[in-house]
Design a protein around this ligand. Structure first.
Ligand SMILES: [Zn+2]
Length: 541
């Protein structure tokens, strides 16, 4: 048993109660309220929190633990300011890599480069002629490769575009080294997987990173059997101090084939739960792959890409619902969102009870036609959104969409106004896993640099809503509201002791809050109790 006291405990119960004392027993909240009401024997371990704020553990409703882990093993080319600078980093990696070994990386974004033009194989061929190179765009929707990788993947001028993907070719018909959306799979299939031992270590490091930022769990979108095997090993060894509500990757046929036959799975003590299917309906805005009703303003012949035929989306949705899975469909463009809502509406007509109970989700719900906004509430569909995408995309989203369509873009207030809850996430590693960046973006709707672009400030969330989008609302979106989300008796003791009070600090400081202590199931998994008491008494700030 542990007693946390002299704190500002934001319980996030239905009434928004703030308490000063919380008792943890057997990994769960046994009591929360006033210290004078605690009835325990003298001598129980007590943590005096010096007036600090406590929140329920924050959960990211859309993250990619396996990519965060992979990213730690590969080249990070995030935030790099030109194609040439990326090539320079590849050159450094190639200098020490044996001939033939793949050089993988992630994070480039041509929107940060002077010409904002997509890169090509030539710059990589110059620096790494003997190593296949595959660099995934920051949003995961395009891969930039060199000639050696094209060769290994068997991609040539004769390669046809797969459904939902493009092998970009030059005027002469030669592949340029850019693969969009499903065409990336051609290279992914050729690229060797890391060893289990190395991957397990990387997963542990990725979890430690999440815990250090205040996350106690995530909903992982698009997990494969390879990643789940690692999580299972770590859970069995007691090395998974985190919670993962996993949606398996519909794009990985072997993964969905396995779970379709098996049904939902609870791994170990429930740290990892597999009970959702992730499907992709379109690409992303940054690579102009998001499927729009009308053409892109900055590319008048292009309406984006649907990655899956409508009947296939319907078939998989029904199949998953019939087997007790939730369905989470990635939809960014307004056309993809309409298609997804249409599909859900038909599934609800076919399986009224099971489809309602599944709590169907639209991942991103980024650009919505006005008429689609009330359909979420009407159909009982949860929008799962990433506030930091809004503040990261601001610079170029208007060029892609024009002013009219922006009205339905990242439309948090319009959705909340219909009575739905929004599941909040980051899409890490596309964005940082730091949940306080997400809460900050939700509340101020400005980049962390602070400049005010005046982009639909009326769509902002309140602090209460923003924090709920990372706690109680996410618990609902994962069927875990009886276990997680709020600090009330009976729920898991997943919580963070914060450096500042997200409800009371000046707005600009929300993004800088960090956890001094992170607890999952009553166990301290980040920070040290000793450090808290010695530095106690500083209060909120
Ligand atoms: Zn994602």
């Amino acid at each position: 048993m542990t007693i946390l006291t002299n704190a500002r405990i934001h319980t996030l119960d239905a009434r928004g109660t703030v308490a000063d004392t919380l008792v943890v027993r057997d990994g769960r909240v046994a009591f929360v309220g006033r210290k004078s009401d605690v009835n325990v024997a003298v001598g129980e371990p007590t943590l005096d929190l010096g007036g600090r704020a406590v929140l329920p553990g924050l959960v990211d409703a859309h993250g990619h633990l396996m990519y965060l882990a992979r990213g730690r093993m590969t080249l990070d080319v995030g935030g790099v300011s030109s194609e040439e600078s990326v090539a320079t980093r590849v050159a450094t990696a190639a200098a020490v890599a044996p001939h033939g070994e793949w050089i993988s990386g992630r994070g480039w974004d041509q929107n940060l480069w002077p010409e904002r033009r997509f890169p090509g194989k030539a710059s990589l061929d110059r620096v790494a002629p003997r190593n296949p190179v595959a660099l995934v765009r920051i949003d995961g929707h395009a891969t930039w490769v060199n000639s050696a990788a094209l060769h290994e993947a068997g991609i040539s001028r004769d390669t046809q575009d797969p459904t939902g993907g493009i092998v970009v070719k030059d005027a002469g018909g030669e592949p340029t080294g850019l693969l969009i959306d499903t065409a990336q799979r051609l290279v992914q299939r050729a690229e060797p997987l890391p060893s289990a031992a190395r991957f397990d270590e990387a997963v542990r490091a990725a979890i430690a990173e999440c815990l250090s930022l205040g996350l106690t769990g995530l909903h992982e979108m698009g997990v494969t059997l390879f990643a789940l095997a690692s999580y299972r090993r770590l859970v069995e060894r007691g090395q998974f101090p985190f919670r993962n509500y996993a949606a398996v990757a519909g794009r990985s046929e072997e993964t969905w084939d396995f779970y379709r036959d098996r049904g939902p799975e609870v791994i170990g003590d429930g740290r990892v739960v597999v009970r959702a299917l992730k499907l992709m309906s379109d690409g992303a805005l940054g690579s102009r792959g998001a499927a729009l009703h009308s053409p892109y303003c900055d590319d008048p012949d292009n309406r984006g890409l649907l990655l899956i035929p409508a009947d296939e989306l319907a078939r998989l949705t029904n199949e998953a619902i019939e087997r007790g899975f939730q369905v989470c469909v990635h939809a960014i463009g307004d056309r993809a969102n309409t298609l997804t809502l249409d599909t859900f509406e038909q599934a609800l007509a076919r399986h009224p009870a099971a489809a309602r109970a599944a709590r169907l989700r639209v991942e991103h719900a980024q650009i919505l036609a006005e008429t689609d906004i009330p359909r979420f509430r009407a159909l009982g569909v949860v929008p799962s959104m990433q506030a930091t995408h809004c503040t990261s995309d601001m610079d170029w989203a208007i060029e892609r969409l024009g002013p009219d369509r922006l009205k339905g873009a990242y439309a948090w207030r319009s959705l909340l106004g219909t009575g739905v809850v929004i599941a909040g996430g980051s899409d890490f590693p596309v964005e940082s896993p730091n949940p306080f960046h997400g809460i900050y973006a939700s509340v101020v709707r400005r980049p962390r640099t602070g400049e005010d672009r005046g982009w639909q400030p009326e769509q902002r969330m309140t602090r209460q809503e923003a924090v709920r989008s990372f706690t109680t609302w996410n618990a609902y979106a994962a069927h875990q509201e009886a276990e997680l989300g709020a600090l009330v008796p009976g729920r898991q003791a997943d919580l963070i002791v914060c450096s500042g009070d997200v409800f009371a600090c000046p707005e600009e400081q929300v993004k800088d809050i960090r956890p001094l202590l992170t607890m999952v199931g009553g166990e301290i998994v980040h920070g040290r109790a000793e450090d808290l008491s010695s530095a106690g008494g500083r209060g909120a700030g």
